[in-house]
Design a protein around this ligand. Structure first.
Ligand code: ZN
Length: 304
């Protein structure tokens, strides 16, 4: 049986939200359309959060309005509360992602309320999403460590996951928000989550802050995740996590998985071209290695 891993592109949200400048809406729409053309079918396109806190995402509604509606593409809007959820549904997102932080301190910094209150908000959002025909999924953030509380016990991470599972999400993700995770931790957390939540689809979200991103992705695939987040070019971070840098680059992940015989459905050349285009749009180089090295070398044409 051919193995398959779904890649969720988070560059337009997690990537662009930590850029110093604000990308024009039309450029964001072009970025997303290029990613769809390269084969991405699930994309976190924006977040519906306070525009004063995250000005880069202030045009969430306009981005959605600019996108071609397609029945085979999931446009995911990140939300942190009921108000954001209502905006996302009104804007036309067919999937919403909510984040609950495993660490209470980080949850308060990021979302203004404690973890338990965010779980309650998630359960209400999930109920309303199901009723509205919008697919709801949820991320347990800072699952691999917190900049304020330090190590997060795995028991705590699993406990939060079990609580959010009560909302019947389409999937639960575990996020290494600040890029401190290592493969052994991934194996443990994903393994324990799968045991605690049989049948639940699991996704993982890694940052390459300390260069462990791809190793973690490999460990997650081996541990049985069905999906992985990545950002084109490896752009990204989190404005509320000190020194968090980019996500794992989508093209680097696609290269690794496809060479391992794991199908992603993504056209690597088109993806690299998109990240090259992105460098121009941002006016600076992106962290991705594939943008520098290209894919597997094509044999030079033999001289006659
Ligand atoms: Zn992230």
């Amino acid at each position: 049986m051919t193995r398959q891993v779904e890649i969720v592109e988070v560059g337009p949200r997690d990537g662009l939200q930590s850029e110093p400048g604000v990308m024009p809406t039309a450029t964001k729409v072009e970025f997303i359309e290029r990613l769809v053309a390269a084969g991405l079918r699930r994309l976190e396109v924006t977040s519906f959060v306070n525009p004063k806190k995250v000005p880069q995402m202030a045009d969430a509604e306009q981005v959605l309005a600019g996108l071609k509606k397609r029945s085979d593409v999931w446009y995911v809007g990140l939300v942190l509360n009921l108000k954001g959820f209502e905006r996302a549904v009104a804007a036309g997102c067919n999937e919403i992602g909510m984040a609950v932080v495993a660490s209470d301190t980080f949850n308060r910094r990021n979302q203004g309320v404690g973890t338990l209150e965010s779980i309650d908000a998630w359960l209400e959002i999930a109920k309303q999403a199901h009723a509205a025909g919008v697919r709801p999924q949820v991320t347990v953030s800072a699952a691999f460590g917190c900049p304020f509380e330090g190590e997060i016990p795995v028991d705590r991470v699993i406990e939060v996951a079990k609580r959010v599972a009560e909302g019947n999400p389409s999937e639960i993700a575990f996020a290494d928000t600040i890029g401190v995770g290592v493969p052994s931790q991934v194996t443990e957390i994903i393994g324990r989550a799968r045991a605690a939540l049989p049948g639940m689809k699991i996704r993982a979200h890694f940052h390459n802050t300390r260069n462990t991103g791809l190793a973690n992705a490999y460990a997650a695939v081996e541990a049985g995740v069905s999906a992985l987040d990545a950002s084109a070019g490896g752009i990204g971070g989190c404005p509320f996590a000190p020194a968090a840098t980019g996500n794992i680059p989508t093209e680097d992940l696609v290269f690794m998985l496809e060479r391992m015989g794991i199908r992603t459905g993504i056209d690597l050349d088109a993806l690299i071209a998109t990240s090259e285009w992105l460098q121009g749009a941002l006016g600076r180089p992106v962290p991705s290695m594939l943008v520098k090295a290209g894919g597997f070398p094509k044999p030079a044409p033999r001289a006659a």
